[in-house]
Every structure is written in C-alpha cells, then in structure tokens.
Design a protein around this ligand. Structure first.
Ligand code: ZN
Length: 119
C-alpha cells in the first residue's frame, strides 16, 4: 500500500508541475502580445504581471465565460489566445491592478487610491 500511495503522490506532483509550466507558457504568449511590462509603473517581473480588463468589466466577462477569476487563470489566458487577443485588455502588475479595482469600487476621491489612470 505504501508504494502505491507514493506513486500517487509522485503523479500529483508531476501533474502540479506540468500544470504550472503550461500556465507559464500561456501567460508568456499572452504577455508577448499585450506587453511584458506593467502599463502603469513599468514593473517587468513576470510573476507579478497579470492581464487586466481595461474597462473593469472583468467580473461580468468572467461570468459569461464561466471562469473563476482573471489574472492568474489558465483558462482565461487560453481564451485570449483562442480569440486572437481581443482588444480591451492590458498588462498590469498585481499592485496596479488592485489599485485600479479600488478606484472603480470606491471612486477617485479617496486619498488611498490616488492613482493615475492611463486608459
Ligand atoms: Zn504596476
């Protein structure tokens, strides 16, 4: 039984690594199209970059597609590729993306969300 369990764990680990490599490959393709730097602050760290809906309609869009969340979602990246990189998306870093969401949620008046919108 011990050997059997070990082989399952090995398989899980393999699957996990494979999934994350696949994810990184899709992300690279998408970033090559939308830009490999944050459109606001110029961040270039691959791990920190994600794809943002320019007009902040991400939630509706994700619901239409049946996706859980944007940014780090493998399905979302493959959707962008399959649809030939539709307009209305941009590369942002996680920090700028969450600041932007905060502005849409709370408005531009709050000092903690002072931020320059580039779109
Ligand atoms: Zn940024």
């Amino acid at each position: 039984m011990g050997r059997f369990r070990k082989s399952i764990e090995h398989h899980r680990e393999y699957h996990r690594v494979y999934q994350s490599q696949y994810h990184a490959r899709l992300k690279q393709i998408v970033l090559n199209h939308y830009g490999t730097t944050c459109q606001v602050c110029g961040e270039t760290d691959f791990k920190k970059l994600c794809i943002d809906h320019v007009h902040e309609n991400g939630k509706t869009h994700r619901e239409e597609l049946g996706l859980k969340r944007e940014g780090f979602n493998t399905q979302f990246y493959s959707w962008l590729i399959k649809n030939n990189f539709p307009e209305g998306f941009q590369t942002l870093c996680i920090t700028c993306n969450s600041k932007k969401s905060a502005i849409y949620r709370w408005g531009l008046t709050r000092p903690e969300v002072q931020y320059t919108l580039t779109t």
